[in-house]
Design a protein around this ligand. Structure first.
Ligand code: ADP
Length: 503
């Protein structure tokens, strides 16, 4: 059994992994960059080591340095979290060579699934449906036109090494085709160091629905149901929920079987996610596999009661998965909102900086996976996520109401956050009726941006002012009649001023 884990990551995911380790009686080692010397994961772990300057390529992406620290600290395993080195074949191989267990799949599976073209070929071979498109890289421009004719416009040009929504180009008109391919190639080259692109049919109004899988070295591969991730902005997930309000029990079973087959096709071991696109007629197509833990994994944990990090550690230790497929049930409904340090009402501008005040929601059915605290400065070097807010309800309606209540309780000052924007999503009629696809945010942007009615928040702020005045009048310091309330038309600014100044 693994005894000491080095977490090659930072932020909320490093804290989250340490939590499971502590419950399992496993020692933890944190690594940190200059900017993270005061970060929560550093305080939470049993030991912490500085690995370099703030930019990721000099610290969290420096695999050799991290392995050195693992050996020095006596860690027998490395958990990569998500992002950074989590899907890096070379790093996984180096861990193995150094005699350290990489908590993730074998290098072969990472390579096979990390390249989108080879992943598509593998899926076709085992009969898992893929989005119609090319099986080879795009070479000459003549064949590009021919392929687009065959598939039919619109198409998407995708980087084979792509990820994070980068290196994708939508083409609706034939005359844009060649320039789009060229642009995608140069974008792919600069973002991933590889200009291989391929062509895929553009699925209109799709749902992004993914399946969580787990596989051990004893021949067991199971799925832990789906996550509906169609609330996206620029191909990046914003809100996730499970069960999906879109799929039927039959489709769930069919997609679950396909997900297990997909994992088995590469002899997958560990936790992974099979992403599918589902069209308006409920046809599903394999999109890609993420060979690591996902940001949105807690909603799966909430409805299945399975701690995915503990399962990852068990599997990496050579133990079997702790449950069988038949024992699993989805109970109730879970939703996750990603709380980002950005200003949604100013073109989603990143807003790093000092957290002056933070009070997180709590109560029945609420979980926050975060790492920020009062006085902590969110660094500019890394992604802008402050925390993930996860709620559970017996059914979807209860979960939505609970999410609204939790967002209402969430207070962060000092940096701008996406909290109000998320509240607008929860208030949206189409979201509430479960009637949405990946275009939801784009199509509802006007409504989501409308903060004229600030709802209950105004009343809460007013209540604080009223309570203060009540207190002041009782103390005999002021008379209520001395004051008038003022506010701008949209209530963006409001307050109380003295009608009669004493001088
Ligand atoms: P990445 O690896 O960069 O995250 P994905 O292939 O997973 O890229 O796609 C990300 C998102 O882009 C999907 O969730 C979906 O919204 C959109 N997308 C990708 N491929 C297609 C397609 N063929 N048709 C329509 N939308 C697509």
């Amino acid at each position: 059994m693994i005894k000491k884990v080095l977490i090659a990551n930072r932020g909320e995911i490093a804290v989250r992994v340490i939590r499971s380790c502590r419950e399992m009686g496993i020692q933890t080692v944190a690594v940190f960059s200059d900017a993270d010397r005061l970060a929560l994961h550093v305080r939470y772990a049993d030991e912490a080591y500085h690995i370099g300057p703030s930019p990721s390529h000099e610290s969290y992406l420096n695999g050799d340095r991290i392995i050195e620290v693992a050996l020095k600290s006596g860690a027998d395993a490395i958990h990569p979290g998500y992002g950074f080195l989590s899907e890096n074949t070379e790093f996984a191989t180096k861990c193995k060579e150094a005699g350290i267990t990489f908590i993730g799949p074998d290098p072969y599976a990472i390579t096979q699934m990390g390249d989108k073209i080879s992943a598509r070929q593998t899926m076709i071979a085992v009969g898992v449906p893929v989005v119609p498109g090319t099986q080879q890289k795009v070479s000459d421009m003549e064949s590009v036109k021919k392929i687009a004719d065959e598939i039919g416009l619109p198409v998407i040009i995708k980087a084979s090494a792509g990820g994070g929504g980068k290196g994708m180009r939508l083409v609706r008109n034939a005359d844009e085709l060649i320039s789009a391919v060229k642009m995608a190639q140069s974008e792919a080259l600069s973002a991933f160091g590889n200009d291989t692109v391929y062509i895929e049919k553009y699925v209109e109004s799709p749902h992004h629905i993914e399946f969580q899988i787990l596989a051990d070295r004893h021949g067991n591969t199971v799925h832990l149901f789906e996550r509906e991730c169609s609330i996206q902005r620029r191909h990046q997930k914003v809100v996730e929920e499970t069960p999906s309000p879109f799929i039927t029990p039959e489709l769930r079973e069919e997609m679950g079987r396909a997900a297990v087959a997909a994992a088995k096709a590469v002899n997958y071991v560990g936790a992974g996610t099979i992403e599918f696109l589902v069209d308006a007629n409920r046809n599903f197509y394999f999109l890609e596999m993420n060979t690591r833990l996902q940001v949105e994994h807690p909603i799966t944990e909430r409805v299945t009661d399975i701690d995915l990090v503990k399962e990852q550690i068990r599997i990496a230790s050579g133990l079997p998965i702790s449950f069988a497929q038949e024992e699993l049930k989805q109970h109730g409904h879970a939703i996750e909102c990603r709380i980002l340090a950005e200003d949604p009402f100013n073109n989603f501008m990143p807003s790093p900086g000092l957290i002056k005040h933070i009070s997180e929601p709590n109560g029945f059915g609420v979980r926050t996976d975060g790492y920020a605290y009062e006085g902590y400065e969110i660094p500019i070097y890394y992604d802008p996520m402050i925390s993930k807010l996860i709620v559970w309800g017996r059914n979807r309606d209860e979960a939505i109401n609970r999410m609204k209540r939790a967002l209402f309780e969430y207070k962060i000052t000092g940096v701008k956050t996406s909290i109000r924007f998320l509240e607008r999503i929860m208030d949206n009629h189409d979201f509430q009726s479960g009637n949405y696809n990946t275009h939801f945010i784009q199509e509802n942007l006007g409504e989501l941006m409308n903060i004229v009615s600030r709802g209950t928040r105004v009343y809460e702020d007013m209540a604080i002012i009223a309570a203060y005045f009540d207190f002041m009048t009782k103390m005999g310091k002021v008379a209520m009649s001395d004051f008038t309330v003022f506010h701008s038309d949209n209530w963006k600014t409001f307050g109380i001023k003295r009608s009669l100044f004493p001088y």
